[in-house]
Design a protein around this ligand. Sequence first.
Ligand SMILES: Cc1cc2nc3c(=O)[nH]c(=O)nc-3n(C[C@H](O)[C@H](O)[C@H](O)COP(=O)(O)OP(=O)(O)OC[C@H]3O[C@@H](n4cnc5c(N)ncnc54)[C@H](O)[C@@H]3O)c2cc1C
Length: 461
Amino acid sequence: MLNQEVLQKFASIVGKERLKTSKEDLLTYAYDAYVKEYIPDAVLFPKSTEEVSRLMKVASAHQIPVTPRGAGSGLGAGSLAKRGGIVLCFTMMNQILEINTANRYAIVEPGVVISEFQKEVEKLNLFYPPDPGSATVATMGGSVSMNAGGLRGVKYGVTRDYLMGLEIVLPSGEVMNAGSITAKDVTGYDLTRLICGSEGTLALVTKIIVRLLPKPKARRTLQAIYDRIDDAGNTVAKIIEAGIIPATLELMDKMIIKALEDFAHLGLPLDAEAVLLIDVDGDLEAVEKQAKMVAEFCKSQGARDVRVSQSEKDNEQLWMARRSAFGAVARMRPTCVIEDATVPVSYLTPAIKKVMEISERNRVQIAVLAHAGDGNLHPLVLCDQRDKEEMERVEKAMDEIVDYAMSVGGTLSGEHGIGIAKAKYLPRQLSAAALEMMRAIKKTFDPQGILNPGSFLEHGA
Ligand SMILES: Cc1cc2nc3c(=O)[nH]c(=O)nc-3n(C[C@H](O)[C@H](O)[C@H](O)COP(=O)(O)OP(=O)(O)OC[C@H]3O[C@@H](n4cnc5c(N)ncnc54)[C@H](O)[C@@H]3O)c2cc1C
């Protein structure tokens, strides 16, 4: 395994500075945003594709488990060394290699932070829509591997929708390209999209080509306050049914409102049951018209107050509130587990009611946040993982939420992926044949099983 000889070989590739083995360093990379700890044997920081390739050749010759890692903001232990071995951390491969305005694409290294990339393209009047709540820390490589969604998913879709091509390093160390810089490409199987969402189990992503859009000329944010959460949920379903496509459509329940107020004092009403935050964007005239329509819609569905922001600064303040939600709520108890089951949007209100009922019956504290426009619930389960009895109730509540989502044609995960957090639920959604097909694909890429071992695919295998 990872003896001195192998460590020497790794050090000869990245140098001693970029090879960490001290207990303190290893502990830093033993966590992501899930609740488990897995301490790796070493952490390495490659700076080029060539280094990644050479490292993988050594790892595969010695059958060392390798776990890729971006910022470690994943919610399912995907970036943790579940079977020991090395963590390959991509944060030092963080260059924007090209922003091509004529053909509207960009090429980036995997360690580029999403929001920094967005700022750079926006300077050129271009737009990269995928916008996870973690965009200020999460990396492009992590978001490709997780097919991250985010706040703008309702109108703009997810990471996969913007992916044109990849450079990857296979577990054997071979470098391979998939996709291209052309707007259309149907040459063979779409390996680019297969890698996207594979949770670091098939290959290491070393370059990413993404499609860019023209930057929307205008944007307005609306904040609608509700006395009844049902009315907020129904507003969402009605807006979508009416064919209005906001750029974002987020719901926060009263526990989130209170946590945000305690945390950031934003002036949100503490007696409200729910807040909807809605963005519309596009050409100025269309935006003004849509903002008015959405405001009327909210009022007609029972909103007691609707505010329309008047400036980009106002927009940012309102979104700051939403982006602080996880952090604000997580302060309330020692452990916060984030659920991610997703339902067809017309089931949003019943799903929220169901989560509330499950919370009460199991005596488990659950705050409800949702990328509501695409039915993506984020129930935040507040607990203390040291309390065994409480954790059993949490487990039961999560189980019931998953069962409910399945019963209405929903999915286990809208965007956070499976990781180890949801592996046991896979057979509830995927047939044995589908799981077998996925395992066969994994074996083709990684016959020795050294890349991200202990991942979701191994459950029940
Ligand atoms: C507060 C908070 C809010 C969030 N909001 C959202 C949201 O709105 N939408 C959403 O989709 N997610 C969200 N997430 C989850 C998470 O931030 C995203 O999945 C993000 O894309 C992960 O990026 P990362 O750089 O942190 O990846 P990591 O957590 O480091 O890794 C994620 C996975 O990608 C693999 N990986 C990383 N880099 C590479 C690479 N170069 N090659 C191959 N595999 C690689 C890892 O092995 C792991 O399996 C949120 C998380 C938090 C904590």
